[in-house]
Design a binder for this molecule. Structure first.
Ligand SMILES: NC(=O)c1ccc[n+]([C@@H]2O[C@H](COP(=O)([O-])OP(=O)(O)OC[C@H]3O[C@@H](n4cnc5c(N)ncnc54)[C@H](O)[C@@H]3O)[C@@H](O)[C@H]2O)c1
Ligand SMILES: [Zn+2]
Length: 350
């Protein structure tokens, strides 16, 4: 995979104007209705750049939005030299990334992620795509942005639940990293996180953890599966709540999934209790309470069985930790043990 240039800055307007000054030719911005309102005005230098505004939200991460985007690119006479600038959360960076990789067989892409989750996760690593036939990210391709500019400047308008969502992915990265990194995360109060003097540094560190796994395994065949920590249980809870018309941000479900999978790590991989309890306390203190009950277990197990990450049909596989930074991918766990872990997870967080 070609390498991505990353810029971390307090001044995204200056970073963007410097990038634009090195280029000839047109640029086009892709935003959503929220980032067009909250984030575009931060970029004074982009005043003359045409902007395409997509409908905001996961429910619009669709082929229809993509076709709308292609049509605007045609209308603006975009060429293979046009720089596409994705200004938004993971929905915008995933959709614009797919469009940039496919329109006229490829145009350069600059990601300007505006959610914490997109900054530490979605905008780096090259996965792009959209939802199809009711399945998340069913269509997609690997196509890294040429450049990613990350700035806490955008985070002040982010709703608190979206901040919590991003912090959950940062917690996951810290668990895959070192005790120091985890300690730093567990001491980070979500309220006011974006205005901490070291917020940009914490984000930069989190991105390096993700990049380490991406570089090790760009096509997601083995080691990159470590980044699925918390996501087998997390995705199942996310899907279950969506089915019940109680949708929750992906990252919030990941926070719950992390606790569930650390319980499994304690039961089956020898993780120490101290790490489990510290993470469970953080999630209990800062995140909403997970609304699942034991009546939901059969459906949750069904959803986990159908997870596309499982190596063979009927089995449920996990990334588990034997210690902070020591991961084991593809661990098959029985339905009985998962059920026991869900009970303990609920005890620890409710
Ligand atoms: N490509 C990858 O590797 C990867 C990794 C993780 C997640 N994802 C994808 O990312 C998506 C989730 O990303 P997300 O959590 O950023 O969701 P999102 O893009 O839907 O953004 C969340 C909400 O915040 C709004 N918003 C964005 N920035 C804002 C700002 N600065 N101020 C105010 N509001 C703002 C958005 O309009 C949206 O309503 C999912 O579709 C997921 O599949 C992709
Ligand atoms: Zn995630």
């Amino acid at each position: 995979m070609s390498s991505q240039q990353l810029t971390f800055t307090d001044n995204p307007n200056q970073a963007l104007s410097e990038i634009l000054a090195t280029r000839h030719g047109q640029a086009i911005i892709v935003a959503d209705t929220n980032t067009a309102r909250e984030c575009l005005p931060v970029l004074a230098c982009a005043g003359h750049i045409p902007a395409i505004t997509l409908a905001a939200g996961e429910e619009h991460k669709t082929a229809e939005s993509l076709i709308n985007l292609y049509q605007h690119l045609v209308d603006w006479r975009a060429t293979r030299q046009t720089l596409l600038i994705a200004l938004g959360g993971g929905v915008v960076t995933d959709l614009a990334g797919f469009a940039a990789a496919t329109f006229k067989r490829g145009m350069p892409l600059l990601n300007l992620p505006t959610t914490l989750l997109a900054q530490v996760d979605a905008s780096v690593g090259g996965k792009t795509g959209f939802n199809f036939a009711g399945l998340k990210n069913e269509i997609g391709l690997f196509a890294p942005a040429h450049h990613v500019v990350i700035s806490t400047r955008f985070l002040s308008t982010l709703p608190h639940s979206e901040l919590l969502a991003g912090l959950a992915e940062m917690l996951k990265h810290a668990l895959l990293d070192t005790p120091d990194a985890l300690h730093r995360m567990l001491n980070a109060e979500p309220c006011g996180f974006a205005s901490r003097p070291d917020a940009l540094e914490m984000i930069r560190h989190s991105v390096t953890v993700k990049q380490r796994f991406v570089n090790l395994d760009p096509n997601d065949q083995a080691d990159r599966h470590a980044l699925n920590l918390g996501h087998t249980i997390g995705h199942a809870i996310e899907s279950l709540l969506l089915e019940r018309n109680q949708p929750v941000a992906h990252g919030i479900a990941v926070a719950w999934g992390l606790v569930g999978e650390l319980v499994l790590s304690r039961m089956s991989a020898g993780l120490n209790g101290e790490t489990l309890y510290a993470v469970a306390r953080y999630v209990r203190d800062h995140y909403p309470t997970c609304p699942i009950t034991c009546d939901h277990y059969p459906r949750l197990l069904q959803l986990m069985t159908h997870d596309k990450k499982n190596p063979s049909a009927g089995e449920i596989s996990f990334t588990l930790l034997s210690d902070i930074g020591h991961y084991h991918i593809g661990r098959i766990i029985s339905a009985e043990d998962i059920t026991a872990a869900l009970d303990i997870f609920r005890d620890l967080t409710q």
